[in-house]
Design a protein. Structure first.
Length: 157
């Protein structure tokens, strides 16, 4: 009898957790995706000089913000694909990726963060070109996730 009760409790708890997950995915979809889309669009308009020509330093900062907002949109989309992951149906977008260019993008996207911690990030000269077949968004995510250490100089290449 105790075994049956335990199984019923487990099933009820599992159903409750599944409902909570579905609510979370729905909330993410509505509460994050909509404002992120608006922010990304507005940044894109500013970069396209919709408000007139911008000073170079401001344009550089807007480009970084725009790139990072696009990355956030992709991350939100990844969260929304949770069911696909659970079902083993994750879709990767493989293409030819020049690694040095990708690392340079990662450095630029994280320059403000690094400077806030007194970190200098430098991309050294590459001896040979390195192309890989990969999903550039996933690879960029891997490259940008390492924790920076205070006052350490990183060199790649």
């Amino acid at each position: 009898m105790r075994g049956i009760l335990r199984t019923l409790r487990y099933a009820a708890e599992r159903k409750r957790l599944e409902r909570l997950k579905d609510e979370f995915v729905s909330t993410v979809s509505h509460e994050l995706r909509t404002p992120l889309t608006s922010i990304t669009g507005s940044l894109g308009l500013l970069m396209g000089n919709a408000a007139g020509n911008l000073p170079t330093p401001m344009a550089r900062l807007l480009a970084i913000a725009h790139t990072n907002s696009q990355r956030l949109v992709r991350l939100v989309n990844d969260i929304l694909d949770i069911e696909k992951m659970e079902a083993g149906r994750v879709v990767f977008s493989f293409s030819r990726v020049e690694v040095r260019t990708l690392v340079a993008q990662a450095i630029e996207a994280n320059r403000g963060f690094a400077e806030g911690y007194g970190v200098r990030v430098r991309l050294g000269e590459a001896l040979t070109a390195a192309d890989v077949r990969a999903d550039p968004d996933r690879l960029l995510q891997v490259v940008t996730n390492p924790a920076f250490e205070r006052n350490q100089v990183f060199s790649a290449g």
